[in-house]
Ligand binder design. Structure first.
Ligand code: NI
Ligand code: MN
Length: 226
């Protein structure tokens, strides 16, 4: 599984021959918009954790370009289906075997309105089991006890956790989250994009390192292979 970071919570997963894009927010991200051309992004599926603009802004344009199927909670899926897009609705605790692997929509503690204020259901995260690798994409969330449910079913190879604080967990809570999910290999997301969530990279990495954990902070467009 190849994972490319495009800023905020935007991730491109290449699982076998299938391209899965998560939470596309590029044209509105000053850190990413000059580095990434959304017209060049490939997507067979677009997974949306919740409706906030910093997770959904470019979903329509990319789905139009690619014909990707939008996977999200029931309300977000309905929103895009009404606009003519192909969707796969899910809800919390449910999982589905897609062609690239199994996806479970798991709990997150956050909110989920669309930019116009309309209801975007409840926010979530995804546990993806594909190509013999298992990853957890937490989405925007507080630290919560429900994270302890994940390792009861899935041995994670990587977790993508928000670390920017203010709107989500910060570094200290993300370290506790990594204990809850029993995964010491963490890719940080949801930091630096706005003033509220700017972080000290070296301090964040050091805090994880001191707990015996590995925090990766990728450049925009940088990839890792699992
Ligand atoms: Ni959000
Ligand atoms: Mn967000």
């Amino acid at each position: 599984m190849k994972i490319t970071f495009y800023g905020q919570n935007t991730l491109a997963l290449k699982i076998g021959e299938i391209n899965v894009l998560v939470d596309p927010f590029i044209t509105g991200n000053d850190l990413a918009k000059d580095k990434v051309d959304i017209n060049e992004l490939k997507a067979d599926y677009i997974l949306l954790t919740h409706a906030h603009q910093d997770h959904t802004l470019d979903a329509e344009a990319i789905a139009k370009n690619t014909g990707a199927i939008i996977v999200s909670n029931f309300e977000i899926a309905n929103h895009y289906e009404a606009k003519g897009f192909e969707v796969h609705p899910m809800n919390h605790g449910g999982s589905w075997d897609f062609e690239f692997g199994n996806v479970k929509y798991v709990n997150a503690i956050h909110t989920s309105s669309f930019p116009d204020g309309s209801y975007g259901g409840q926010p979530g995260g995804f546990v993806i089991e594909g190509e013999h690798k298992n990853i957890y994409i937490a989405g925007d969330t507080a630290l919560c006890m429900d994270m302890k449910l994940i390792p009861m079913q899935t041995e994670l190879d990587l977790a993508v956790l928000p670390i920017g604080d203010n709107f989500t967990m910060g570094v200290d809570d993300a370290i506790i989250a990594s204990d809850f999910i029993e995964c010491d290999k963490i890719l940080g997301c949801h930091y630096d994009t706005f003033g509220y969530i700017e972080i000290d990279h070296e301090e964040a990495k050091r805090k994880f390192y001191e707990k015996g954990k590995d925090l990766m902070l990728l450049e925009i467009g940088e990839s890792i292979e699992l």
